[in-house]
Structures are given as structure tokens and as C-alpha cells.
Design a protein around this ligand. Structure first.
Ligand SMILES: Nc1nc2c(ncn2[C@@H]2O[C@H](COP(=O)(O)OP(=O)(O)OP(=O)(O)O)[C@@H](O)[C@H]2O)c(=O)[nH]1
Ligand SMILES: [Mg+2]
Length: 425
């Protein structure tokens, strides 16, 4: 049985890496190597290096191009020692209870600075007034971007991720929907049983350009490898993280992409999704109804299971996906909505929240700058026209508070993000 807990160790991959503006990257090779070596030593002395910490150090080593230069921290200027203190905290995964007092002492700071840093590390929160004192110092002021990245990660570390479980029958478009929410290709999609185990996908507080992954080991830069996985040969759960560049950006959340429940070939897919649902370890559920193929026995059996499994105070959204397949002669969408609502009420869901959407259109739109396949480019062009001229989702999804006629709302995903943002606390 898979244990569906929000694992704090793997959850650390949600912290964005701060290397892009790292102050040491403006130094020469010798200083960078010195810095890396001193950091490596400091981490080994000051904290218990977790798998995550080792992965960050490895990543730093590649970015900082560590060499064989001397290792003494005293050779580094005070600014780099302050930076290193924050790096150690970052590498520890923002958990410093046991080391705070000796941490500041270790770096031999001058007296005034030492006091500020002790106050900061004793109550390590993004709002501690000692940040202002630190950032007032001339030699630190220039690093305020980098320090603010640290504070954003710190703020994230203190918040519980709002967990959204996505479920449906096979191939309704869950993984495409997840890619659309994130705004990049993080989950594998295809028109056959595809997702074979639960994927926990954490949001990052800011964009570090990396897709990270835990799958027995931590890979901070797993981008290209994510989609190569043969699902059945790896661990039973995969943890990934990326910056969500759209409606959920900056939110601390975790999307749980589950396998479709009705594969006759892979029955384990259904049982692991059902155990995720009965775990109740989530804050909201999104049930994708397949517009092309709804009302099947498999779907109503799964709806029944969901109705029995989830707590009544957990919000559930029904997202009718693939509405881009609508063609003239089809039942008008407002009638379809009435039928779907009745069907859901028949399964026990009182006054269900239903939105129509096209995950495929949202995904293509949000990744448009990176599209290279000609078919994708022409599909997007076609879908853009279809959603502004033919399929008027406003009529079924309703007017919305904040939307002009942006494509996110025209293709439906914007409504779902607005709803999540309303519930998010
Ligand atoms: N037309 C259309 N096709 C879509 C849409 N969303 C997904 N698809 C297609 O549907 C197929 C299945 O998509 P996936 O995202 O892999 O579906 P899934 O629910 O994750 O599948 P499993 O993990 O196997 O249960 C793929 O070929 C997608 O391209 C959509 O909004 N419109
Ligand atoms: Mg999938």
C-alpha cells in the first residue's frame, strides 16, 4: 500500500535554487572555488546533510566550478561569509533549530553584524525586523535580490502546501491539465494508459529555470529526464517541482497527478489512485470529466467511489475537459451542462461546481514560446480562433470577476484557477 503523506524531505525540492544571482558568480574562478570548498566544509561541520543538501552542493559545484583552491572561510570577505551563512540554511532545507547559535559563531563576523545575524537566525521568519537592519548595510544592499530569494524560499518553508488531487478515468487529460496549470511539460501525456503512479508536483516560489525531481535520489535539474521515465520500473511515487508560471504563481501548492482508474491492463493504477483518495491527504479535488466520452460505467463507478471517499467539506471541481472537440450538431453546451449537473447530482454531489475546459488549448497557449512542432503551432492557431468565435465558454462557465476576454478564460482554465485561488488559504 502506498503511503500518501506530504513528505517533508521530498518537499524540499520545492525550494527554488538561488544560483542565478549568486554573489559569488561575479567573483573570479579562484574565489568561486574557495567559496565552494569553504561552503562544503561548513555544511559538513554545521548540519546533517540530507539527500537534498547533497544535491544542492553538487549543483553548486557545477555552477561555481569548484577547483582545488584553499578551503579556509577566513580568506573570504565578510559579504561572502554572510552569503554562505544563508547558503548553509538553504542547504539544510530551512531547518536550523539545532544549529542556530553555533552557526553565526562559526563565521567569525564582526561584533555589530554578529548581533544582527543572531537575532535573524534565532527567529528565522521572512518578517523578522533584523532583515531591514541587515539590508541597510552597504555591502549587503547590493545583494538584496539574492537575499530576497532566500526570504521567499523561507516563507515557503513555513507554509503548508495546498494539495489538489486530480482524478478521472484513463486518458481524460489529467496530465495535460497538470502541464497547463504548471505552464511547462512536466507530466507525460498520451492517448493510452500513461501515468502509472502518483506524481506529487510542488510549486516553487520563483522561477529558477529548473524542474526538479525526487525518485530515489534528488535531481535538481531533471528537466529532460522527467519524461523519459518508464513509470513501472521506478519507485512507487514520484516527487517533482517547478515554478507555476500562471494563475497559481507564487502560491505554495502541490498537485497530485494520479493514474486513470480503469485500465484493465494495469489494475494497480486504479487501486493506487483509490488509496490516494481514501487517504484524505489533500485540500481539494479536481475530477476531470471527459467531454468526448462522459457517462460511461467506469466513470460513474469512479464518481461513486469519490463521493464515498472524500470529506464533505473538501471542495471538488468537475472540469469537463476536451471541450475543444465540440462540433456543430453537438448538443448545445448549456444543455450539456444541465445534463452533466443532473448526472453528478444523481451520483450524490449536491449543487456541483462544473467548468468546461480545454487543457490542450491551455497547455499549447502557455507553452507557445517554446513550441517547435508545426502541428502544435497550427493547432494553437485553430483553437485560438475556435474559442473566440465558436465555443463561448462564458455562457456555461459564467461571467467572472477578474477576467477580460483573456485566452485563459476563453479556454476555461482561468475559471479553475480563480476557484482554487478563492479556496486557497
Ligand atoms: N482534444 C483534446 N485532447 C486532449 C485534451 N487534454 C488532453 N488531451 C489528449 O488526451 C490524451 C490523454 O491525455 P493525458 O493527459 O495523458 O490523459 P491522462 O488522464 O493523464 O491519462 P492517464 O494518466 O493514462 O489516465 C492525449 O492524447 C492528450 O493530448 C484536450 O483538452 N483536448
Ligand atoms: Mg496521466
Amino acid at each position: 500500500m502506498v503511503k500518501f503523506v506530504n513528505n517533508p524531505i521530498q518537499g524540499k525540492i520545492a525550494y527554488a535554487q538561488m544560483t542565478m544571482y549568486h554573489p559569488v558568480l561575479r567573483e573570479n574562478d579562484r574565489v568561486r572555488a574557495q567559496y565552494y570548498n569553504a561552503l562544503y566544509l561548513g555544511c559538513n561541520v554545521l548540519i546533517r546533510l540530507s539527500q537534498y543538501g547533497k544535491a544542492v552542493l553538487n549543483y553548486y559545484s557545477a555552477v561555481m566550478k569548484s577547483g582545488t583552491a584553499g578551503i579556509s572561510r577566513d580568506k573570504l570577505n565578510v559579504k561572502l561569509r554572510v552569503v554562505m551563512l544563508f547558503d548553509v540554511i538553504h542547504i539544510s532545507g530551512y531547518r536550523l533549530k539545532s544549529v542556530s547559535p553555533k552557526l553565526v559563531k562559526y563565521f567569525n563576523f564582526p561584533d555589530g553584524l554578529k548581533e544582527v545575524l543572531v537575532r535573524l537566525t534565532l527567529r528565522l521568519t521572512p518578517n523578522n525586523p533584523a532583515w531591514n537592519e541587515l539590508l541597510k548595510l552597504d555591502f549587503i544592499k547590493s545583494e538584496s535580490d539574492w537575499i530576497n530569494m532566500f526570504r521567499e524560499n523561507l516563507g515557503f518553508s513555513l507554509r503548508h502546501p495546498y494539495t489538489i488531487l486530480i482524478t478521472s478515468t484513463m486518458s481524460a487529460g489529467k496530465s495535460t491539465f497538470v502541464n497547463a496549470l504548471v505552464g511547462s511539460t512536466i507530466a507525460k501525456t498520451r492517448n493510452l494508459a500513461c501515468t502509472g503512479r502518483p506524481h506529487f508536483i510542488y510549486s516553487k516560489p520563483f522561477d529558477d529555470g529548473l524542474i526538479s525531481k525526487w525518485d530515489r535520489t534528488v535531481k535538481l535539474d531533471a528537466g529532460g529526464k522527467i519524461l523519459d521515465n518508464r513509470e513501472e520500473t521506478k519507485t512507487r511515487i514520484s516527487y517533482e517541482s517547478a515554478y507555476f508560471s500562471n494563475g497559481l504563481s507564487g502560491k505554495r501548492c502541490m498537485i497530485l497527478d494520479t493514474p486513470g482508474v480503469n485500465s484493465s491492463e494495469y489494475q494497480a493504477h486504479g487501486s493506487c489512485t483509490r488509496s490516494a483518495l481514501t487517504s484524505c491527504a489533500y485540500d481539494a479535488v479536481i475530477f476531470l470529466v471527459n467531454y468526448e466520452n462522459s457517462g460511461t460505467d467506469d466513470e460513474s463507478a469512479h464518481l461513486q467511489f469519490v463521493w464515498e471517499s472524500i470529506n464533505e467539506n473538501v471542495p471538488i471541481i468537475f472540469a469537463v475537459n476536451k471541450v475543444d472537440s465540440f462540433k456543430s450538431g453537438d448538443q448545445p453546451l448549456n444543455e450539456k451542462l444541465t445534463d452533466i449537473r443532473q448526472y453528478l447530482e444523481g451520483c450524490g454531489f449536491k449543487d456541483p461546481t462544473v467548468f468546461f475546459l480545454s487543457s490542450q488549448a491551455a497547455y499549447l497557449y502557455r507553452t507557445r514560446k517554446a513550441l517547435i512542432d508545426e502541428n502544435d503551432i497550427s493547432d494553437l492557431e485553430y483553437l485560438t480562433k475556435k474559442f473566440s468565435r465558436v465555443i463561448k465558454l462564458k455562457k456555461v462557465n459564467g461571467e467572472c470577476k477578474n477576467c477580460a476576454d483573456d485566452f485563459e478564460h476563453l479556454c476555461g482554465i482561468g475559471y479553475i484557477e480563480d476557484y482554487i485561488n478563492d479556496k486557497y488559504s
